[in-house]
Design a protein. Structure first.
Length: 551
């Protein structure tokens, strides 16, 4: 007990625990102000219902024939589905999986703190703690991070495992300079950390395939560490460390392999999703802003490279939910501090963690704020380090002109970080309100769909043909659903062949703009030509039609 209460141990454990508790308190406050169950759009529903179907298959439960999602040919890797399946076992519904997601969302900033305090050796304990606290606050005060973390989505859980992999990497291969080699010891413990790095990276890939991009910064870090030390031999046991890391990585991916070889995998899971995404990737997209993709046509105000490289620092747009321009001085000061101390391996790790995903996502046909989450921790670490340097300058008392100039610069840096935190808090609050509004809108659409069935003369279990909002309507009704994004005219005709009530839900305006000329747009026109449809109600962008006989 005395060891636990000792000051050094308390300072090591206290701040990460405080960060996790503060994040949990922030999330609780947000959800109290804006009740939100974690479901929005299509993907969050798909994650949960795919996880439920997978658990039904694993546990031998019978699946209803009209279930919208099945465990056959899953759209995504099984990692996050297993997180949610564990939640289903614990709670019987989506609540358990959401608690697991929220816990990982609260723990990731604590890992950022531990990484910052480990990377910034040589500074005073006070400034290291301050740098860690500031850097860790970047994530929960970024709207995109918090809104995805409060949703049933895989982005933040994947990020947790990525950050944990980096933390384990730094434990296995400490970023000490040559003069600090006498500090490097306990190789047996570092072998365990190396295996942990492989396991964590494998888990990240198991949750989201894009996490494999983390191999680039890890490789850059180890290569620069070797160059700085002059030899792998000086690092001690590296062959065994690398071997254990590879073993851990392979072990983490076993669930995906088991799925591939099982009867459940009627087709490669995710082929329709990731295959289409990768097939549209092209280096020419980096400087483009207009795209035609499997999700229709899209035009953006800036090119991809501007969006992914500069948008995180753009003058704060509350709707964007990223960083803001006042945070840039702290980031630049963090880069300067690493250069001044010649911490090339650390600098290579952070810059590669930032720039490689920027280039990769810039080659896609999508501009999604949540993709920025992959490299947001690298930016948070640099900002936290820069803020710590600024604080250290302010704490050094001196009246010389040089020190006064440094203090003025430090004040500017810390003021910028404070402004960024304030704007970030506005963004977080705005986004959770937005998601709560989305949820309310989905409920209204489902209510109109149910009203249209009550007014229909036919009886039986209603069949609903829908687009884009299909999973949400299924969630609230439980009726047989067909999304014509995934089904052709023959499937639609077969689905509507019975005598039960038939309903159509479609974002009518976007079908003639974004989806014009796509297979989905063509199917919408075919439905209009082939069936008697009657408008029952309009909710936001969605039109609800009753479907009569075929013409």
């Amino acid at each position: 007990m005395k060891a636990f209460l000792s000051a050094p141990l308390a300072l090591r454990i206290g701040p990460p625990v405080l960060i996790a508790v503060a994040c949990a308190a922030l999330f609780a406050l947000l959800l109290m102000r804006h009740p939100y169950d974690g479901f929005y759009g299509q993907d969050s529903y798909a994650y949960y219902y795919q996880a439920r179907a997978l658990w039904q298959e694993i546990s031998g439960q019978a699946m209803p024939p009209d279930q919208l999602f099945s465990a056959q040919a899953l759209r995504w890797p099984v990692g996050y589905l297993l997180h949610l399946a564990l939640g289903i076992v614990l709670s019987g519904g989506p609540g358990g999986g959401r608690v697991i997601t929220l816990a990982l969302t609260a723990l990731t900033p604590a890992l950022i703190y531990l990484i910052i305090t480990q990377l910034w050796s040589g500074a005073s304990q006070v400034t290291r703690i301050a740098a860690g606290l500031i850097g860790s606050a970047i994530l929960p005060l970024t709207g995109t991070y918090t809104r995805m973390g409060l949703s049933i989505m895989a982005d933040v859980p994947a990020l947790f495992w990525m950050v944990l992999a980096i933390f384990c990497c730094l434990k296995a291969w400490p970023p000490y300079l040559s003069s600090d080699l006498n500090v490097v010891s306990d190789n047996r413990g570092r072998l365990a950390w190396a295996c942990g790095m492989g396991l964590a990276l494998g888990m990240a890939v198991l949750v989201r395939y894009g996490s494999i991009l983390l191999l680039a910064p890890i490789t850059a870090y180890l290569a620069l560490l070797k160059w700085q030390r002059g030899s792998w031999r000086q690092l001690g046991g590296d062959a065994r460390k690398v071997g254990l890391a590879i073993l851990g990585f392979a072990i983490a991916l076993v669930p995906q392999l088991l799925y591939y070889v099982s009867p459940l995998s009627a087709a490669p899971p995710g082929a329709a999703n990731y295959g289409a995404w990768l097939s549209s990737w092209n280096p020419s997209n980096i400087f483009a802003s207009n795209f035609i993709s499997p999700d229709g046509t899209a035009s953006y105000p800036q090119s991809n490279i501007v969006f992914y490289l500069l948008q995180p620092f753009w003058p704060q747009d509350v709707d964007a939910g990223l960083l803001s321009l006042p945070s840039v001085p702290a980031l630049l000061l963090g880069v300067w501090a690493l250069i001044a101390k010649r911490r090339w391996p650390v600098l290579g790790l952070l810059l590669t963690w930032w720039l490689v995903p920027v280039l990769f996502f810039s080659g896609s046909t999508y501009q999604a704020h949540r993709f920025v989450l992959v490299y947001l921790p690298a930016l948070a670490i640099l900002i936290g380090t820069g803020a710590g340097v600024a604080l250290e300058w302010l704490l050094q008392s001196s009246r010389t002109l040089r020190r006064l100039s440094a203090s003025a610069l430090a004040a500017i840096v810390l003021l910028g970080v404070s402004i960024d935190a304030y704007l970030g808090l506005l963004s977080v609050n705005r986004w959770i309100l937005t998601h709560a509004t989305f949820e309310a809108g989905e409920k209204r659409v489902a209510a109109v769909v149910m009203d249209s069935v009550e007014a229909a003369p036919a009886t039986g279990l209603p069949h609903v043909v829908s687009f884009n909002i299909t999973a949400a309507v299924y969630h609230y009704t439980g009726w047989p659903m067909l999304d014509f994004y995934n089904h052709d005219e023959e499937d639609i005709a077969h689905f509507l062949a019975g005598d039960e009530p038939h309903v159509l839900v479609v974002p009518e305006k976007s079908m003639t703009t974004q989806w014009l000329g796509t297979p989905s747009g063509t199917r919408w026109e075919w439905i209009r030509r082939s069936y008697d449809i009657h408008l029952f109600g309009q909710v936001g962008e969605y039109s609800v039609y009753t479907i009569g006989g075929r013409r």
